[in-house]
Design a protein around this ligand. Structure first.
Ligand code: ATP
Ligand code: MG
Length: 347
């Protein structure tokens, strides 16, 4: 496991790679890297202040614009896997008594022995890696959390320490905490839709750096919901903009790229090359993305329109190893698959 103060030279190299990789994975939200990565740098340099988490971020904005993806992209670029995240779905902690699942029941209480606290030191340490000691902790949909959970969180943000039900202390100084919320997203949507529509606003982004209008809507909603003490302990509130067509196309390309990686990795000697025509890509974007849901439905659309038909031809033994599988759209909505074997390509 990486430790403070050692291997700084190595780490500096990792860091320049980190921002490139992060910005490759998170599309069309340039403000995010700018606000968040300096805190990662500080941590890696051993300069994070003591007695609090290494960074606390509130991610606000419309659905499907990359809030959760941000946290995965950081885990992927920092630890090499998007799974290195301890994720707490606050929707599961809407009642005060449910917080015991996070911190464990006090001794003597019913269920004390059975409840393994979700926020134990071991679980937090397990999402760090030998590439970085920084553990990523995600509280999704924070607006749903019960008041007792908010109090617990306030303590964590304040001191970087959590007291468990059994009185053991958990140190969260080596964690970066992300809180995501759709607070204000409805108002952001209203601000965008009736006036000029999605494309016009996306185009306008150049004129309004960082999409300040949306940020102030998000912030106002957060201030209304959370106490000033809570807001004061957040290092940065980051507002996500709706994604424009170019960003959505890049997200689609990234997802197709990751299918190719999967094919190369998992199919071994049976691997083949996948090509998706621009007509089909256009269709996937039309079906899988929208102003309302951003890129949220894109994965499912790809699953239905690309992966499932692909699985069909693979299982029929129609795809020789090393061939080129060319997927296209016919008559507006029929998926067409052409398979060019290796020999054919040589002609
Ligand atoms: N900016 C982005 N860069 C890369 N991929 C993205 C981006 N935005 C969305 N996606 C894709 O869409 C999917 C849904 O995005 P994500 O889960 O980040 O949405 P969200 O903002 O957290 O929405 P919600 O508020 O509904 O939780 C992601 O898994 C990812 O594949
Ligand atoms: Mg999310």
């Amino acid at each position: 496991m990486a430790t403070f103060g050692s291997g700084n030279h190595n780490r500096r190299n990792i860091n320049s790679g980190l921002s490139t990789e992060f910005e490759r994975l998170l599309v069309g939200q340039p403000g995010v890297a700018k606000q968040m990565l300096p805190f990662v740098e500080m941590f890696e340099a051993g300069l994070s202040p003591e007695g609090r988490p290494a960074g606390v971020f509130l991610l606000l904005g419309p659905t499907g614009t990359g809030k959760t993806r941000t946290v995965e992209a950081l885990a992927e670029s920092l630890h090499g896997s998007a799974r290195n995240i301890l994720r707490i779905d606050c929707g599961e902690y809407q009642m005060d008594h449910e917080v015991a699942k996070l911190v464990g029941a006090p001794p003597g209480y019913l269920g004390h022995r059975e409840t393994q606290p979700l926020l134990s030191q071991a679980r937090i340490n397990s999402v760090a890696s030998d590439r970085s000691a920084l553990a990523i902790l995600l509280f999704d949909e924070i607006e749903k959390a019960a008041p007792s959970m908010m109090r617990m969180l306030l303590g964590v943000l304040d001191r970087g320490i959590l007291r468990l039900g059994d009185n053991n202390l958990v140190n969260l100084e080596r964690t970066m905490i992300f809180l995501t919320s759709n607070l204000g997203a409805d108002n952001m949507q209203k601000e965008l839709v009736p006036t000029m529509g999605f494309a016009a606003v996306a185009a306008k982004d150049d004129a309004v750096p960082g999409n300040k209008r949306l940020e102030s809507i998000g912030l106002a909603a957060a201030r209304k919901k959370f106490s000033p003490e809570f807001m004061n302990r957040i290092d940065a509130c980051i507002a996500y903009s709706p994604l424009d067509d170019k960003a959505l196309m890049r997200i689609l390309d990234l997802q197709i790229e990751s299918i190719q990686n999967h094919i190369d990795l998992r199919l071994g000697a049976r691997a083949f090359e996948l090509e998706v025509s621009s007509k089909l890509k256009r269709y996937l974007l039309d079906k899988g993305t929208s102003m309302r849901y951003g890129a949220r439905e894109l994965k499912r659309t790809i699953q239905r329109m690309v992966l499932q038909p692909l699985a069909g031809v693979i299982n029929n033994g129609q795809v020789p190893p090393g061939s080129l599988v060319d997927m296209d759209l016919k008559n507006g909505e029929k998926i067409l698959i052409r398979i060019h074997s290796n020999d054919e390509e040589d002609d």
